[in-house]
Design a protein around this ligand. Sequence first.
Ligand code: CTP
Length: 468
Amino acid sequence: MKLVDPKIQNPALRLVGAQADKMNLECYVIGGWVRDLLLGRHSEDIDIVVVGSGISLAEAVAGQLRGAHLSVFKTYGTAQVKTRDIELEFVGARRESYRHDSRNPIVEDGTLEEDQNRRDFTINALAICLNSDRYGELLDPFGGIQDMADKIIRTPLDPDITFSDDPLRMMRAIRFATQLGFDIHPDTLDAIRRNAERINIITKERIADELNKIMLSPKPSIGWYLLDETGLLPLIFPEFAALKGIETVEGRGHKDVFRHTLQVLDNVAEVSDKLWLRWAALLHDIGKPKSKAWDNEAGWTFRNHNYIGAKMIPRIFKAMKLPQNEKMDYVIKLVDLHMRPINLIEDTVTDSAVRRLLFEAGDDIDDLMQLCHADITSRNQQKVERFHRNFELVSRKMRELEERDRIRNFQPPVKGEEIMQLLHLEPCAIVGELKTAVKDAILDGIIPNEYEPAKEYLLKLAKEKGLL
Ligand code: CTP
């Protein structure tokens, strides 16, 4: 791997170094920003380690940078300086040790080297000096540069110590491997297996952050396979671990749903950056283990797995501290509807069925179609091509109907209020029934999606029911 030249041109960092000189302090830019600089990636937060007080250097720097805002966190010994275009985090060099039963470390002042020691991975322990006489000097005590070139994630110390200090680092190792396409060093990987149970002391929110970063990586399956391989998966997401394996009856096995799902996830990741579409891909078959049945004639069946899966999602999102809002509703909707397009192409495609799908999916129809394309993972290339072609036919039909009938964000043209006024009704069940009947008539193509014909149809129905 070719690394980028670590020249740092940033004027704000020059200023920090000059200020540190004046105060007779050693200071370094360290961690993720240095890693990303060398890898040619963009990174927002700049972490600065000061041998001495990080807070006093931050205060002095804030006084010199125009429009700077200073926040001091005395308890943590850290300070942040923020301007319109830069965010600098200052901290004194620290030595840390953790007790076995707690995430709260005992922190003492330390040297730069001690500070680098306590960091998670060699590629995250690199520091660049900012003092004027050594400006730009790279300090790499653990061979982080070599590991970057070899694409290796490895802890600077004995991995059992590094992971025991902060078990979230096991997830971080897997996340970096997935984001950067690196391998985890075998000793580091073994230590994750040994320490996996310790993930239980980490909050679900921090785990969810790492999972989202895995999900947003170019090939998210890498992370999920590593989570499985290391034994972390059943601890953090048991419902997904349950998709693993193939059962056989009378010599007939079913598809391995775990592998299939990860293929679908990667397929979606190739065409979309949308985090929640990717989650929908991961969860689309989550109901399969619960719905699995053997039928002597049909073989393996997974009836209603879409519906069962959609129903499982609120509990999963709650347990994993994923957002329980419109993002979750979107995932539920996609999981629920994911079999509809494929069922459509298996039957003859009626306008009415397409209109109903458009109505139910609304603005998410394009995402749903992306998920359905991604869901075709058969090894039979001819079959795959046939399915994609048929989906194209469905999509074309959707576009035609949408142009004509504007179903996607369809609001029934006669509202409940108006029905009550026209028929002199109080709010009651009949109003709802009439509204649904008008909606169905539009979706079934009996009347166009327009006000006058809808009103006429309503009055006709009302007469038939003896309401007029
Ligand atoms: N760090 C660590 N152990 C952790 C978290 C962070 O040792 N559990 C150290 C690493 O040196 C890391 C630095 O703190 O580079 C900054 O952490 P953070 O901002 O959380 O992550 P980054 O490495 O910057 O990566 P990203 O921004 O992608 O999360």
